[in-house]
Write a protein that binds this ligand. Structure first.
Ligand code: ATP
Length: 308
């Protein structure tokens, strides 16, 4: 199940329920966590870094707080079974990096558990499963606003808290370089900082709107247009909490990236390259510059979580 980058993250005013109204253009990229779910005497979670990946997993919970464990619980409750599974997660998506790794693991677990506990999944082809992909997206929304997109994949526009999704028309493949940072950023802390900056500036946030320029660039496969249209309303807050990210963004742009932004609530920074070959070159240059903990390459869009 893939990681995501937000091509547009528009943050509106804070609502009465404490959430912000969002316009969120999600884009799934080819960085994958692998999740295995097997029947077990009781719910158990194990987390390790994927082979060849340098993801730090020490902060990831291995109890009921893990989003994957919560996903198993929610499917079990819905199907009226006990969540007796061993969940094994091999992480390649940076933790607390703004790439929705936890949501990806939750999406994978939703799909795997639904498959495991659905009696009828073994039945004749053509039978409806007990839980459809739409059902799983709905259950996912209870776990977090990024989870439904991790089930859906591709490129999609989310509104509300980000969980009401419409697939976006895209053409071709886009090539990305990601620069990870030492230590994550807490998503709630970044939203709080965004609110603080706005209050200090006396700015009332306008309701966010989907960028027409972005939608056109995606639909026509216009890489330059996409680079110019990337926006993230949380970027200023992420830079305020982690000033070193400004240098990371400048470094990538200096090496010829045609667009750069903080991914979601950060601290991972995303850079768009014109071609795959240029992404390879950009990744090598970024690596050499030593401004990132790790430099990763990926392409998008890719499909959402799938059971293998
Ligand atoms: P988002 O972009 O959705 O805000 P993120 O990429 O910034 O998410 P995650 O890697 O999803 O952040 O994890 C955020 C926190 O959630 C972690 O610090 C960890 O404590 C907790 N968490 C719970 N389950 C998981 C999981 N399966 N993988 C990673 N983190 C998890």
């Amino acid at each position: 199940m893939p990681a995501k980058v937000n091509l547009q993250l528009g943050v509106g005013p804070i609502r009465d329920d404490g959430y912000h109204d969002l316009v969120n253009v999600f884009h799934a990229v080819s960085l994958f966590d692998e999740v295995t779910v097997e029947p077990a005497p009781e719910l158990e979670v194990r987390v390790q870094a994927a082979p060849y990946s340098r993801v730090r997993v020490d902060g990831v919970p291995v109890d009921g707080d893990n989003l994957a464990a919560k996903a198993a619980g929610i499917v079990a409750a819905r199907l009226g079974v006990e969540p007796r599974v061993a969940i094994r997660i091999r992480k390649a998506i940076p933790v607390a990096g703004g790439m929705a790794g936890g949501s990806a693991d939750a999406a994978a677990t939703l799909i795997a558990c639904a498959r495991l506990w659905d009696d009828r999944s073994q039945a004749v082809a053509g039978d409806q499963p007990a839980l459809t992909r739409d059902d799983l997206m709905e259950l996912g929304a209870e776990l977090g606003s990024d989870v439904p997109f991790a089930v859906l994949g591709g490129t999609a526009v989310g509104v509300g808290r980000g969980e009401r999704l419409t697939p976006a028309l895209t053409r071709g493949t886009f090539h990305w370089v990601f620069a990870t940072a030492d230590g994550g950023l807490s998503t709630p802390a970044v939203y709080a900082e965004c609110d603080r900056i706005r209050a200090e500036m006396g700015e009332a946030a306008a309701p966010p709107r989907v960028s027409e320029g972005l939608m056109t660039a995606l639909a026509t496969g216009d890489v330059q247009g996409l680079g110019a249209a990337l926006t993230n309303d949380l970027q200023e807050a992420a830079l305020s909490l982690r000033p070193s990210l400004a240098e990371v963004l400048d470094t990538g742009l200096g090496f010829g990236a045609i667009g750069a932004l903080v991914s979601g609530s950060g601290p991972t920074c995303a850079f768009l390259a014109e071609t795959e070959a240029e992404a390879v070159e950009l990744a090598e240059s970024m690596d050499g510059a030593g401004v990132a903990e790790q430099v990763l390459r990926a392409h998008g869009p890719v499909p959402g979580a799938a059971a293998l």
